[in-house]
Ligand binder design. Sequence first.
Ligand code: XIL
Length: 318
Amino acid sequence: PGLDILAKRAGLLYFGTAIDNVVLNNTAYVSIAHNVSEFGQATPSNGQKWMYIEPQQNVFNYSMADAIMKPAKEAGQMRRCHTFAWHSQLPDWVNNGNWTKETLTAVLENHIKNEAQYFKDDCYAWDVVNEAFEDDGSLRNSIWLQVMGPEYIELAFKWARQYTGNGTRLYYNDYGIERVNNKSLAVAEMAKDFIARDIPIDGVGLQAHFTVGRAPTYDEVSAALTLFDDLKLETALTELDVRILLPDSPEKQELQAEVYTNATKACVDVAECVGVTVWDFWDPVSWVPESFPGYGNACLLDDDLQRKPAYYAIEKML
Ligand code: XIL
């Protein structure tokens, strides 16, 4: 029946996918990407990032984002929007600007204001701040931290609330927080502090970029999700993929299937976990080979768009 239909029957709000602009000319890809029975939710892989949205200061361009958001809406897919404040994929004018605390603060507010208002009510959720922590639980030394100080995070959440519709869930999103460790504990501490001080935060996204042989178990993912469940925050697996050290083999694909299923099942079983998004469903579009040389085949469908063991395993588990 399709993974989203099965996921909904299992109690999730959605099973979704990231969709990338570079393959929108491939009709076979596009028809699967916007098949609402398979993927009830879509996230633009790149189209809503700063370098594309505001390539020059105060010049906004929504064409890449629209190319994914509009067909997703027409197909009846929920949309997770990604992302406002991040250290990566920033345009040069942000990276190389000669900022003071005041000027960069105004730049961040203007960016969030424009993009949030443009997509007002179009997003089920926004990843308001992405990857702000280091593995040891300290804050990442980004331009935002350097110039604005730690306060940039709560300001981003306040502006996101101010400029989006009230129904939009505001998420903190990061990788490496799929186990209970220094990083996930630091995120939970931040969230707890935000709740205590009425800083608007609704959810935490666990990216879930995993590697065969080093991935967290069902129990580990469940425990990490429960950290946030205990704070009454919503959670989601926002960028699930499972990379394989090449060459691939049937054995590795079976292990990959287990990792996919364990993570998805952990979300199904933890009350506040609302859904799972795969970070693209097709191996040739995955970000993995470029970002992790020697690794690949991280997705549910192979080069020929055929379903891999991981697809069937999730289908069976759901
Ligand atoms: C990746 C995209 O998939 C690539 O196409 C792009 O070149 C780099 O970014 N964490 C995130 C995502 O939050 O935005 C990243 O997406 C993958 C890691």
